[in-house]
Ligand binder design. Structure first.
Ligand SMILES: [Zn+2]
Length: 1207
């Protein structure tokens, strides 16, 4: 797959317009290698450049590139190519872009003083330097862009005349940097695109990994984001950067032209410049569908190329931030809270106007804090004390988090706080009809096309639930806001009676006797072959127009199936003859029709099925009448609404047919299937799907390879039931549940923190359950055992409830009455398996049912439906027990329809998380390599979470914790058995490994940063060093790492020893002599890695013993403070392809080279402090003109002050 993606990207690039200067893009000799020519204007001077992806399997997420030129390339170009960084995870085309920018810039600047490509320049690099030097001049002289002093004022007019910077420019830059630094310190990644510091059109991006937002995995799944994605806020300043104060002062028109705001998600923490530009120029075409379909193949290639995509709620959020943020900030400056400002905003905007409104006191009260959300969600920059100016980017980002993470609390359209206690996992709109209308029509809702393609049976389920609920008249909300034009209700038509009864089942009986005046229709003749209608009594003008839908009824109805035909008007030009599309036959389900229920549901080609075998067909014009879809749905009675919903749903094809249509037609848009699905039915379908607020994921699926994915989540004990994973509740519900489970587990000292039990409900209730969540406000089946959600351990008990509601069994004994006719699943009951805190004694009742009143004690996990699939494509998995079963409380194991329920451990994280929190730390170290693996993981946190600190673990997502402590298979490595040193013969040495006591060393705090890719890479390096070490005689190697003692992959303690093996002109190395005299056996060094290793060098310093400085006659590349000063270890000399083994060897060589290192004998066995080392290093770099690696400060001094990014 990665390789295929790579090949596709390469081919795509080959057919594309290549970035400036680049041509002749060719596939290279090796897999993962490609070559191209670069020339700047003059083709004869073209340079051949080769790029290689060493780990093609990482493509396109975390791969790196090696880039090099041919032998004949000028040295400055070769060097510049070596120094190209930030290629990690870039597509082929993006890499070409980077190379192009780098080399173009180089040609303009032949000194070879390369800088990173402009589009990759970001604030982090700059701030690090700035923090280190605290001097603008050094920064400026480093960047040619600033040498010309091209800016003028805050408004950014360019003045090319001045050679020196004006004070206003300095102030502007200082403010910009300060604003961005505040955002970074608050825990966000900050990037700049364009010419922000010059005061021109620029983008500022802020981002944060989704994993840090405290969103449950279920919510991520429902929202279609992944933990490793970044949530990115792009701020565009078309006229140069503007401060918070400036923006608040603008009226709406000036605001529009001075700030643009977009929200997106991406694999990288910021988009490229091109992507940022594109984000603001997206063509409105297909706006609705680009929302949820961005991961589907799109005909427009530019969409596929982008590494950023809109999030599921980008559209509403873009509008919210763009239109309201500045005003809200103005209110906030007056002392209101976010909620207060929002409330005041809607008050002011609803009363219209400039009338000074009295602001209610509550608007000034602080927002309540939800402890289940991570700290970063509560941070409020405007509450920072002692500030007079505030960072707009930071405020915007904090506001975005509020509305992204807590999106389910707000109406997606009017953004008012939802006036409801209901908790849902997906955002929706408030009760306002206007909001519903806009939600559906402005493209805010999910794409039904995506849902049907991805999860057809979930859609089937949703429609079936709705249908059943409508049949039973149990719907509580109707799609009133959608302006549906539906067929007129027609209780008079005798033909309708069979399903008239179905529709009205269980409600007040309708009197069929009242049939006196049939709904007025138009009498026509119908020619089946030509699909023409002719008006018998010609009305004055044609009552229908092209695109209208009509309900056609034969006077001599042939079969029940033909009771009514729904069709679209195709042509009215030849009125009184009109042409219609091929009619859609109501699909009344298997129990009502003797013929194939699926005949003629596909309006594309089958012409024969429609021909009736009756004599009526012999006459050309059959007698018929029709009514138009012109009834305003909203004004209908409740029972007519239910009836209309069923009727419209009966016109729909089954989900597999829709899926097939969408696969075959591009763009995959049901709006285009005009002759098969009426606008009313489509709107209704959209409503059914978009108003679902639970997360339901198919476990069982189609009988083909693509659905094998979820097999590991299948549980056993429920044979013949289709399984779905099922999550409900707010995004922080999982965390609250976990907290409750953890508390009870500790309080009751439980061995198993949770139990599982069934919750059943009649089918007609499920439509509301998945919208409102589990609650016990309206319980149908009595409250004999108290108020709460009822659970049973035995599935048959709950399915008793599930089949209540009197739907009974259908005529043919298999399909129950009231089943949606086109359903593929044809479900007869539904049952949820819930996870509950294991404290039955504290339930409202525990016998015979578990009645649980604490909603935070319950999490839905699975949904089971018993069904009679109408098609054999549906595959219900085998009822084989999962291999890795979850340990359940033996006395409380739920019973399914086919035995005890066995739950796969992988599907439930709660137990594992709580158990691991409780597990005491092992007193013994496991094998070093094993420990390493346990430490490392591939997630963001290499640092084990503090067992005692609840708040810390809350900050990690379940997936992170799961990966850290989980039982996932360990990455494959061949740990070599540690050989005994005695067996490795080599030169003698006095060094004995394993003697060093780390606790005596003055160490810097462990790094708190990490990225999964770097952690993985460092683990590899450490393992590789460990293997080399095991296989090489001590004195030959000269360095030693006590792998078992390394706590954190980003901080290595290395001992260099056996310096006596060096001979300089027949003499011993002075250092070896000194060491022998002092009884020093090794030089202890700290090697510290930055989070973007290997793209920046490690920081290396001597901890002990102390050496003489250069001016004291010392040397060995060890500067005052103990830092190693070698070009290799600076950005200038570093190469990302160096292995740590070779780096260690070179460091040892550097210490042994001239001028020779000498021990400071007067210092005895003293150690260097951490601060002096870093200072010495920066000074040395300055002296040599070497570039200090970005992120050095964080790396060398530990967490940056203010320490926003704790994880
Ligand atoms: Zn609303």
């Amino acid at each position: 797959m990665p390789r295929r993606q790579y090949v596709a990207d390469l081919q795509q690039a080959q057919s594309d317009l290549l970035p400036a200067g680049i041509h002749d893009l060719q596939t290279g000799e090796d897999d993962g290698q490609f070559e191209f020519l670069f020339s700047n204007g003059d083709p004869s001077s073209a340079i051949k450049v080769t790029a290689l992806i060493p780990e093609l399997s990482d493509y396109p997420k975390s791969h790196e590139y090696m880039i090099f030129s041919g032998e004949d390339a000028p040295p400055h170009i070769a060097k510049a190519l070596q120094n190209v960084r930030r290629t990690n995870g870039k597509t082929v085309f993006e890499l070409l872009d980077i190379v192009s920018v780098t080399l173009e810039k180089l040609s303009a600047d032949p000194d070879g003083d390369t800088e990173m490509p402009e589009s990759q320049l970001d604030y982090e690099d700059q701030s690090e330097e700035e923090n280190d030097f605290d001097d603008d001049d050094i920064y400026d002289s480093d960047h040619e862009a600033f040498q010309n002093g091209t800016t003028e004022t805050m408004s950014g007019a360019k003045s090319s005349s001045g050679a020196s910077m004006k004070p206003a420019d300095r102030a502007f830059r200082a403010r910009l940097r300060s604003d961005l630094r505040l955002a970074k310190e608050a825990g966000f990644k900050v990037g700049i695109l364009g010419h922000a510091l010059d005061g021109f059109n620029a983008f500022v991006t802020l981002s944060i990994r989704i994993s840090k937002l405290g969103i449950s995995e279920e919510a991520m799944e429902a929202w279609q984001v992944t933990a490793s994605d970044y949530l990115i806020l792009i701020l565009q300043f078309p006229n140069g950067y503007k401060t918070n104060e400036e923006l608040q002062g603008f009226d709406s028109i000036r605001l529009q032209s001075n700030i643009g705001i977009r929200v997106c998600a991406g694999k990288s923490y910021k988009p490229t410049l091109q992507e940022a530009i594109k984000a603001f120029t997206i063509i409105k075409k297909n706006a609705r569908d680009s929302l949820f379909t961005s991961d589907l193949p799109k005909p427009e290639e530019e969409v596929a190329e982008s590494s950023i995509k809109e999030t599921f709620i980008s559209k509403p959020l873009n509008g919210l931030l763009q239109e309201r943020l500045a005003t809200l900030l103005r209110f906030r400056s007056a002392g209101m809270s976010w909620s207060g400002a929002e409330e005041h905003y809607s008050n002011v905007s609803s009363t219209g106007s400039n009338v000074e409104q009295a602001v209610p006191d509550r608007c000034f009260e602080p927002d309540p804090v939800n402890p289940a959300l991570p700290q970063i969600m509560h941070a409020d920059h405007l509450a920072d004390r002692g500030r007079t100016t505030f960072s707009f980017p930071l405020l915007a980002m904090q506001f975005l988090l509020r509305h992204f993470v807590r999106c389910t609390e707000f109406c997606l359209v009017c953004h008012k706080k939802m006036n409801t206690e209901l908790e849902a996992i997906k955002p929706y709109v408030c009760e306002s009809e206007l909001c519903l209308y806009q939600y559906m029509t402005l493209g805010f809702g999910p794409s039904i096309e995506h849902e049907i393609l991805a999860q057809p049976y979930v859609v089937d389920l949703l429609i079936s639930f709705c249908y059943k609920s409508a049949v039973a008249c149990k719907l509580k909300e109707y799609p009133d806001g959608l302006s549906l034009a539906v067929p007129p209700s027609d209780p008079a038509c005798a033909v309708l009676e069979p399903y008239h009864g179905r529709y009205m089942y269980g409600t007040q009986p309708q009197t069929v006797a009242s049939v006196t005046s049939p709904v007025a229709g138009f009498h026509v003749g119908f020619d089946r072959d030509r699909l023409e209608l002719i008006f018998h009594n010609k009305p004055e003008r044609c009552p229908v127009k092209r695109g209208d839908w009509i309900v056609l009824k034969m006077s001599n109805q042939v079969s029940l199936q033909e009771a009514e035909l729904h069709c679209r008007v195709d042509e009215t030009s030849f009125f009184p003859t009109i042409t219609i599309s091929k009619p859609v036959v109501l699909n009344l389900g298997g129990n009502n029709i003797s013929a194939s229920p699926h005949a003629s549901t596909n309006g594309v080609s089958d012409q024969t099925t429609k021909k009736p075998a009756s004599p009526a067909a012999t006459s050309k014009w059959e007698e018929a009448s029709f009514t138009v879809y012109d009834q305003d749905f909203k004004s209908m009675t409740v029972s007519d609404k239910s009836s209309a919903i069923c009727r419209l749903l009966d016109t729909l094809p089954d989900v597999k047919t829709i899926q097939e249509y969408l696969t075959k037609n591009q763009p995959a848009d049901l709006k285009n299937w005009v002759e098969r699905i009426s606008p009313a039915a489509l709107s209704l379908l959209r409503w059914v799907i978009a108003s679902n607020r639970a997360c339901i994921i198919q476990v069982d699926g189609d009988n083909d390879a693509s659905s094998a994915l979820k097999k590991e989540e299948r549980l056993s004990g429920m044979a013949n039931h289709m399984q779905f994973r099922f999550a409900m509740g707010a995004p922080d519900k999982e965390q609250r549940f976990l907290n409750e489970a953890r508390k009870t587990t500790n309080r009751l000292n439980l061995a198993v923190p949770t139990i599982f039990a069934w919750h059943g409900s009649p089918l007609h209730n499920w439509h509301m359950i998945i919208r409102e969540g589990l609650h016990f406000k309206n319980t149908d089946h009595g409250r004999a055992y108290g108020h709460g959600v009822y659970h049973a351990l035995d599935a048959t008990t709950s399915s008793g409830y599930a089949s209540m509601g009197g739907m009974g069994i259908g005529v043919n004994g298999d399909v129950p009455k009231g089943t949606w006719g086109s359903s593929v699943l044809r479900i007869s009951s539904a049952l949820a398996l819930n996870e509950i805190v294991n404290a039955p004694a504290e339930f409202v009742s525990s016998k015979p049912y578990y009645v649980v009143a604490q909603l935070d004690w319950i999490q839905t996990r699975y949904l089971f439906v018993s069904c009679k699939p109408a098609q054999d494509t549906v595959q219900i998995g085998n009822d084989t027990p999962p291999q890795n079963a979850l340990t359940q409380d033996a006395s409380r194991i739920p019973t399914g329809t086919s035995g005890s329920v066995v739950i796969p451990a992988a599907a439930i994280k709660t137990h594992r998380m709580i158990r691991n929190e409780r597990r005491p730390p092992s007193p013994h170290n496991p094998s070093p390599l094993k420990k390493l693996k346990a430490l490392g993981g591939y997630r963001d946190q290499p640092i084990p979470i503090d067992d005692d600190d609840d708040t810390d673990s809350i900050m990690t997502t379940a997936s992170d914790t799961g990966a850290l402590f989980g039982e996932d298979p360990l990455p494959p490595t061949e740990p070599s058995p540690p050989p005994t040193p005695a067996k490795l013969l080599g030169p003698p040495t006095d060094y004995i490994p394993g003697q060093l006591d780390f606790s005596t060393l003055p160490l810097m705090p462990l790094p708190t940063y990490a990225t999964s890719h770097t952690t993985k890479r460092l683990m590899k390096e450490l393992q590789s060093c460990a293997r080399v070490q095991d296989a090489t005689p001590l004195a030959d190697l000269g360095w030693s790492i006590d792998v078992a003692k390394i706590e954190n992959a980003y901080q290595w303690i290395v001992e260099l020893h056996s310096f006596h093996t060096f001979e300089i002109k027949g003499k011993k190395l002075p250092l070896a002599v000194d060491m022998a005299k002092q009884g020093v056996k090794s030089v202890v060094m700290e090697v510290r890695f930055n989070k973007d290793f290997p793209f920046s060098p490690p920081y290396v310093r001597v901890i002990t013993p102390r050496f003489l400085g250069f001016n004291q006659g010392g040397g060995g590349h060890i500067v005052l403070g103990g830092a190693m000063c070698m070009e290799l270890l600076t950005n200038t000399g570093w190469s990302s392809v160096s292995s740590m083994e070779s780096v260690l060897m070179q460091i040892r060589l550097a210490i042994a080279s001239e001028p020779f290192a000498r021990l400071d004998v007067h210092a005895g066995r003293g150690s260097y402090g951490t601060g002096e080392a870093a200072d010495g290093y920066v000074r040395a770099c300055q002296t040599h003109g070497w570039k200090v690696p970005e992120g050095f400060r964080e790396m060398a001094y530990g967490v940056p002050e203010g320490g926003g990014g704790r994880l």
